[in-house]
Design a protein around this ligand. Structure first.
Ligand code: HEC
Ligand code: HEC
Length: 310
């Protein structure tokens, strides 16, 4: 009798596993709909310069999209091509960062402006799959998206084929059931707040451009959702050079006693960013943020100092 029950149970478990595996294989590369924003690139030199500043500075596209062989030159202040190829081994599999140069076979020469804009704003890839959520640019203004794409299109093409991600069964399961494209919370602005050390500009840089909260806020390891007060300190992260070293993104708000912006003067904050990386292997893209202008750093300081909550 017990044997029969166990056999029946075993068969039921096998059936459930089989159904799950089939569901994963059918659903993992499901396609999503999202609008194609109508934004056209420009050749205006001022727009290209703004795009370069964003890509190698506050928006730190360079931090992920530089080829591994060029990373050392990026660290010393150069701006090598964004030809991709970095691999992130995460529990879902190996995530590979694509080539952003205009090469027509291996880079964004294959993509329309609509494809790129839709990915940055709505998290949907050119093939309709949800992007692995590494990029948080959903709230970028139209003008800044145009600036970045115009700059990327103006660069020399580099032929560098980067294969797509290699997702394992867990990765495919997560793609099948958990990951959905992330879009903006409202309608992103047409223009960015004007340059100058204002709170408004700082809020935009911190939230829409530099993704400071993504690291400096505690979040669920499963869903990625914020579980702690915004910018008041994040979850421990592995150092790039040693997985055993855990670095904790500190509270960067104006919280008395704990917040970096409360502990530091504006000039100290600017000087800290000018100095660049201090803790080897820090995941914070210091080399990119080192290139942020004084005015923008002051805007960031004034904004994070205005944030409270613990
Ligand atoms: C934290 C790492 C990271 C940063 C920073 C980053 N990217 Fe990406 N990017 C990725 C990854 C990973 C993918 C692949 C996403 C996918 O296909 O699931 C990607 C894909 C892309 C693609 C798609 C390319 C194609 O072939 O379709 C574009 C375009 C892109 N990124 C542009 C940018 C721009 C512009 C910036 C800066 C404003 C930027 N990225 C910053 C990691 C990053
Ligand atoms: C990819 C994750 C990541 C992002 C994005 C990030 N940080 Fe950090 N940050 C860290 C980590 C980890 C540390 C602790 C290690 C270190 O000091 O380098 C840190 C440290 C800091 C410190 C303290 C430095 C010191 O010397 O005590 C400040 C201030 C700071 N971050 C501000 C910011 C601001 C402002 C932004 C957005 C413009 C930002 N961070 C974006 C991960 C990040």
């Amino acid at each position: 009798m017990i044997r029969k029950v166990l056999l029946g149970l075993g068969a039921a478990v096998l059936l459930i596993v089989a159904i799950l595996v089939i569901a994963i294989s059918v659903r993992w590369d499901r396609r999503f709909e999202a609008p194609y924003p109508k934004l056209a690139p420009s050749r205006d030199p001022a727009v290209l310069a703004r795009g370069r500043y964003l890509a190698y500075g506050p928006a730190h596209c360079s931090d992920c999209h530089t080829a591994p062989a060029d990373y050392a030159s990026l660290q010393t202040g150069s701006s090598p091509s964004l030809s991709g190829g970095v691999e992130f081994p995460i529990p879902l599999g190996t995530i590979r960062v694509p080539n952003l140069t205009p090469d027509s076979a291996t880079g964004i020469g294959r993509r329309s402006d609509g494809d790129i804009t839709r990915l940055l704003r709505y998290g949907v890839r050119a093939d309709g799959r949800a992007a692995i959520p590494f990029m948080e640019y959903h709230e970028l203004s139209d003008a800044d998206i145009v600036a970045v794409i115009s700059f990327l299109r103006s660069q020399p093409p580099v032929r560098h084929a980067v294969p797509d991600h290699a997702l394992n069964l867990l990765g495919k399961a997560v793609m099948a059931f958990a990951i959905k494209p992330i879009g903006p919370s409202g309608t992103p602005p047409a223009e960015s707040p004007a340059s100058g050390p204002t709170l408004e500009r700082g809020a935009y840089l911190v939230t829409a451009v530099a993704a400071c909260a993504g690291c400096h806020t505690q979040r669920s390891m499963v869903t990625g959702q914020y579980t702690g007060p915004r910018l008041a300190g994040g979850s421990p992260m592995e150092a790039a050079d040693n997985a055993h070293t855990k670095l904790v993104p500190p509270d960067i708000t104006g919280n008395p006693g704990t917040g970096r912006a409360a502990m530091w003067t504006e000039d100290e904050f600017v000087a800290r960013f000018r100095a660049g990386v201090r803790i080897p292997g820090s995941p914070m893209p210091w080399q990119a943020f080192q290139r942020i202008t004084d005015d923008d750093l002051r805007a960031i300081y004034r904004y994070v100092r205005s944030v409270r909550g613990s």
